[in-house]
Design a binder for this molecule. Structure first.
Ligand SMILES: Nc1ncnc2c1ncn2[C@@H]1O[C@H](COP(=O)(O)OP(=O)(O)OP(=O)(O)O)[C@@H](O)[C@H]1O
Length: 212
């Protein structure tokens, strides 16, 4: 499903984050959003999720404009992996089950077998399943979250810094995993500082530093 941002402008607390920004990400494509810290990358994802209204311009999903009324429906077609999350659970097994408790995913059934196939692609060991989240590394947690998004098989995936805790090899592995999801038609927008990762994406967008 196509994600389009057209002539978008946004300032927060007097700081101009983007001005007349336009881009398109089609189903099957992966866009990497880059730019220095504080330039508005996470905020851009919030705009596409419909949590942050634009000052000017529009976001369209599949050709339909995102509005306060349509945002919830549009979000039901997206998976979002934030940079940092406080998770309301203690174990990996609980974490991977969480999305299935949400109303938007009521038509989906969790399958541990299918999850383990995703884990193989992401080189995650099956023994992680019974671990406490506190005993899982940052890089493992990132890949577990990606596997959860992959399993949900949404039309769009927004992911904030998917490789920030990974070495170059693992970062390329994650890029390859996301390319696999894109091949199935998912439109992917990934925020990243990681040049190796960005090199594997179909498109890159570098946000400018905020203007006072
Ligand atoms: N709700 C808000 N109200 C006011 N200012 C905000 C709000 N959300 C973000 N900001 C500010 O907007 C700017 C952009 O924040 P954002 O998190 O989008 O940056 P980023 O490019 O993702 O940064 P990083 O790479 O460090 O994660 C920052 O200066 C931030 O403090």
């Amino acid at each position: 499903m196509t994600i389009e941002m057209k002539d978008a402008s946004l300032a927060l607390e007097g700081k101009g984050l983007f001005h007349n920004l336009s881009f398109v990400v089609n189903g099957g494509e992966m866009l990497c959003v880059m730019g220095e810290s504080g330039c508005g990358k996470t905020t851009l994802l919030q705009c596409i999720l419909g949590f942050q209204p634009l000052d000017e311009g529009a976001v369209s999903i599949g050709g339909t404009e995102l509005t306060a009324l349509s945002a919830e429906y549009m979000r039901s077609m997206m998976a979002y992996i934030p940079q940092e999350v406080s998770l309301p659970c203690n174990t990996v097994a609980e974490l991977v089950g969480l999305p299935y408790q949400l109303r938007v995913n009521r038509n989906k059934r969790f399958s541990k077998e299918a999850l383990m196939e995703e884990w193989q692609r992401l080189r995650l060991d099956e023994t992680l399943y019974t671990k406490r989240l506190a005993d899982v590394s940052g890089g493992e947690r990132q890949r577990i979250m990606l596997s959860m998004a992959g399993l949900l098989d949404k039309k769009m995936l927004l992911v904030d810094e998917p490789t920030s805790a990974l070495d170059v090899d693992s970062s390329l592995l994650v890029a390859g995993y996301l390319q696999g999801l894109a091949k199935h038609g998912t439109a992917i927008i990934a925020v990243s500082h990681d040049r190796a990762f960005a090199g594997q994406c179909d498109k890159t967008l570098t946000l400018k530093s905020p203007q006072p």
